[in-house]
Design a protein around this ligand. Structure first.
Ligand code: NZQ
Ligand code: ZN
Length: 385
């Protein structure tokens, strides 16, 4: 096992009815800014519940954080925070709203142009406003991690940043609040969480059986529970299992002490920034082919994955690996997330643009072995046409 620091200060309030507990975790006397997206929380009653719970606080709101939140929109929230001297933020929504709130929390305290936070990927954050979240879409793990991804529309760049100062103080996870998710977002959430686990598991063995078995347990849970949500959207237990699974997929636990990949995510971010695909759609396109192209360096873990996750034990090694990757791709399709560029009206001519962006963002030696060069990324995308 590799050396590691594990730190996670986020309190989780899990279960039905937990929004009512907000007054116990929002600091007394706080001047709160509630941030949200395009209005799903108004349609499904979450907004009313949050506002009722915060009735004893001074509350303002900021609406309109878009999926793949933009720097341009978030800077308007920063303005409001500074102008109105607000001192606590509450994100209510999916990963985009939580990520956006992380940026606002850091930018509001930042000396100089906050775009520098993205340029330095968060290493220059020295202070941030405290914030919590009410999660409505299980997918990203943002509710219990220190990462965020913000898009600069002006230059079509989607940039990840992180800092221990942007862990949420708390997150409310009420599975009943996910009943209203459109099926597209249910599928996206399951695929994103699946990809997060794979980025931390599908590398090479370092004799870390705890992390491996946690990861395999989470993958198996997604494979078993994911299709049940599509069949029974209001099954509380299924929703609860998916929600907790997505949080544990990216809260630092399974990635501690093991090598990590993240090449799929980096290539995927360029597809979103250039062509506007949902985050999970890009992962469904890239991940299976990333595994195919890098089969040799991932051989040992691919065989372990084939046997422990997909129960594939017959046939020679190459056949077992191929079958495991095919099953992975079929699972994404089963969750309603298409896996080819052509499914999103993108042809081979889109590949050069992606490679150009990868190069300009210095994404030229990705993966756990730093061997995912532009040539490797090209092969991956060519297989995905
Ligand atoms: O904007 P509203 O109206 O709220 O609608 C949202 C949005 O249109 C809707 N939605 C959310 N909860 C709902 C709901 N609709 C009905 N009922 C509900 N309960 O869903 C749509 C998508 O929301 P979004 O927040 O964009 O989705 P997601 O949670 O998948 O977040 C994606 C973003 O997170 C980033 C992605 O890059 C992308 O920008 N990621 C963040 C990570 C992190 N912080 O660690 C890691 C991930 O790899 C990922 O990169
Ligand atoms: Zn992701």
């Amino acid at each position: 096992m590799l050396n590691f620091d594990f730190y996670n200060p986020t309190r989780i309030l899990f279960g039905k009815g937990r929004i009512a507990d907000l007054p116990k975790v929002v600091p007394a006397g706080a001047r709160v800014l509630v941030l949200y997206g395009g209005g799903s929380i108004k349609a499904n009653g979450v907004y009313d519940e949050v506002m009722a719970a915060l009735s004893g606080f001074a509350v303002q709101e900021f609406a309109g954080i878009e999926p793949n939140p933009t720097y341009e929109t978030l800077m308007q929230a920063v303005e409001q925070v500074r102008r109105e001297k607000l001192d606590f933020l509450l994100a209510v929504g999916g990963g985009s709203v939580i990520d956006g709130t992380k940026f606002v929390a850091a930018a509001a305290c930042f000396e100089g142009d906050p775009a520098a936070i993205l340029d330095k990927r968060g290493r220059n954050i020295t202070d941030a406003l405290p914030f919590g979240s009410v999660l409505t879409l299980p997918a990203t793990g943002s509710e219990m991690n220190e990462g965020s991804v913000v898009t600069r529309k002006s230059i079509k760049a989607k940039t990840a940043f992180s800092s221990p100062l942007v862990f949420p103080k708390f997150s409310v996870l009420d599975p009943t609040k996910t009943y209203t998710l459109p099926l597209r977002q249910v599928g996206n959430g399951v695929v994103d969480a699946f990809a997060h686990i794979m980025e931390q598991y599908m590398t090479y063995p370092v004799n870390a059986p705890v992390q491996d078995r946690f990861a395999e347990g989470l993958l198996l849970t997604l494979i078993e529970e994911g299709p049940k949500v599509l069949a029974n959207p209001e099954d509380y237990d299924v929703r609860a299992n998916i929600m907790w699974c997505a949080t544990l997929a990216l809260n630092g636990l399974i990635g501690a002490g093991v090598p990590q990949d993240w090449a799929t995510h980096m290539v995927g971010h360029e597809l979103t920034a250039l062509f506007g695909l949902d985050h999970a759609q890009t992962l469904a396109i890239v991940l299976p082919n990333m595994l195919r192209v890098r089969k040799e360096s991932k051989r040992a873990k691919l065989l372990q994955y084939a046997s422990r996750v997909w129960n594939i034990t017959e046939g020679n090694e190459d056949a077992r690996i191929e079958q495991a990757i095919d099953r992975t791709q079929a699972f994404f399709e089963q969750m309603g997330v298409k896996t080819r560029l052509a499914d999103y009206q993108l042809g081979a001519d889109s590949i050069d643009a992606v490679l150009k962006h990868l190069e300009s963002h210095r994404m030229v030696s990705l993966g756990e072995q730093r061997d995912v060069t532009l040539e490797v990324s090209r092969k991956v995308l060519e297989l995905a046409v």
